[in-house]
Design a protein around this ligand. Structure first.
Ligand code: UDP
Ligand code: MG
Length: 141
């Protein structure tokens, strides 16, 4: 059990003007935002971040999409943060996401699905470290 997870408000959601609404869902679900920033990730960063999916049919499209325009990266804190955030965002495919989840309400397709969430405590730590420095996290604790 751990209290941290990593989230991204993906380029489709930022472009659609949904950043504020999704941030509000994060607060309403009682996550503490430890750190957040708007970035425009490079293709190399997207490829590194999604390295586990390298070679899969959607990898090129995914990494191009993730580096296509601005996104917001967030380090979130809550008890059982990984599973709590996955529940809040819903299934990868918005067609399969439960009513009331972020992907159900904001995603347009399985590729452009509005948000990212870590899938394990170990990956949450790695993903937070990929985008945030120690100083950015410690200063906000
Ligand atoms: N993705 C896709 N097609 C697929 C599966 C995944 O475009 O068939 C994209 C989608 O943006 C997803 C990301 O790749 O969020 C990472 O996939 P993963 O299976 O890890 O889903 P997640 O953990 O984001 O729910
Ligand atoms: Mg995943």
């Amino acid at each position: 059990m751990s209290n941290l997870t990593f989230a991204i408000i993906k380029p489709d959601a930022v472009k659609n003007g949904d950043t504020g609404k999704i941030y509000d869902r994060i607060i309403s679900a009682e996550f503490k935002v430890l750190s957040a920033k708007l970035i425009n990730m490079t293709l190399a960063q997207a490829q590194g971040f999604y390295g586990v999916h390298a070679g899969k049919p959607f990898y090129d499209e995914l990494t191009e999409f993730m580096s296509s325009s601005q996104s917001m990266v967030l380090a979130l804190e809550k008890d059982n943060a990984v599973s709590a955030w996955r529940e809040t965002i819903g299934a990868t495919n918005p067609k399969e996401a439960d009513a009331g989840t972020i992907r159900h309400d904001f995603a347009t397709s399985i590729g452009e699905n509005a948000v990212h969430g870590s899938d394990s405590d170990e990956n949450a730590r790695k993903e937070i470290g990929f985008f945030f420095s120690e100083a950015e996290l410690i200063s906000n604790q």
